[in-house]
Write a protein that binds this ligand. Sequence first.
Ligand SMILES: NC(=O)c1ccc[n+]([C@@H]2O[C@H](COP(=O)([O-])OP(=O)(O)OC[C@H]3O[C@@H](n4cnc5c(N)ncnc54)[C@H](OP(=O)(O)O)[C@@H]3O)[C@@H](O)[C@H]2O)c1
Length: 320
Amino acid sequence: MYTFDCTLIKKRREMRAAVVEKQGSVPTVRDVPEPEVGDGIELATVRMAALNPVDQMVAGGHFPGAPPAPFVVGREGIAELADGRRVHFIVPSLADGSIAERAPYSPQSAVPVPDGLSDGLALAAGVAGIAAWLPLTLQADLQPGESVLVLGASGAVGSIAMQAARLLGASRVVGAARDTAAVERTGAADAVVSLDGPDVAGDLLAAADGGFDVVVDPLGGDALAAAVGATAEGARLVNLGYIAGPETTLTLRELLGRRLIGHSGRFVSEEVKSAAVEAVLGHLAKGEIKIEVEEFPLAEIGAAWERQAQSPHGKVVVKI
Ligand SMILES: NC(=O)c1ccc[n+]([C@@H]2O[C@H](COP(=O)([O-])OP(=O)(O)OC[C@H]3O[C@@H](n4cnc5c(N)ncnc54)[C@H](OP(=O)(O)O)[C@@H]3O)[C@@H](O)[C@H]2O)c1
């Protein structure tokens, strides 16, 4: 006869979380069992989490490795550890997201948040900060005195990239976007180019002042094609997204002598990403990188989701 010792069953606690109930749906808040952890992954108490375009791609099933619904959404958060320290973390799995009372995290890749820096601003150093910092440093190896064009400069990644380029010693920073007023507001651009004009390629060339050495491109589509002709020989063009279009037609004659590089955080080591987060956190803490933050309570995840879908020109964050 088999006996069953009920004391061996460790019941998982329930927690409030933002759940995508079916593919493509807006997340809603309900109780779910807290995630199972182990193998070097621990459970963090989440203070605040950020929304990013990737969350909406994952919810829509348009991202490699997107989990089947239902799942808890969110890539990153600020957690409070048992010893009182605040850390920025990125969840190790897309299936157990950060927009929840508790989330899995790896202590090795969590990055301490400097004292005095708000949770909301600290979240700008994560998914958006990495995507701004690494194309300039790791992929393009930007050198002091080089000139930089940032496409989508009105967005979270774009505005951080312009400020980072300046901090890294760029001699000239040009921001291009449809919403030129949003780029002007960052105060980080030497010149601003509209992506809505009749001759975007001509306008970029006119603003290039001899040719850009580095292009940071979160947009793809026609914007990337227009930028190639405005680059200098030896230029590095780093594409990291396709929000303006998954396809484009490049003039290969213009690409001769340049390098086109695709960046994805998925192919960068945790160590390198953590170093990028640390660098951007440092600049945020010193006020050298600025960005608008819009905060929503967890109960209003639907409104936060809608705001993120509108290209908010800042970070949308969710207080847990
Ligand atoms: N590869 C990676 O590891 C990685 C990491 C983070 C982000 N990304 C990608 O980077 C992109 C930007 O992210 P984000 O956080 O900065 O997003 P965001 O804050 O929502 O900004 C998106 C920007 O894209 C512009 N935009 C949207 N649709 C456009 C279109 N059809 N044509 C031209 N511009 C358009 C908007 O500019 P206007 O308002 O001026 O039109 C907006 O400022 C996303 O595609 C995201 O997936 C990639």
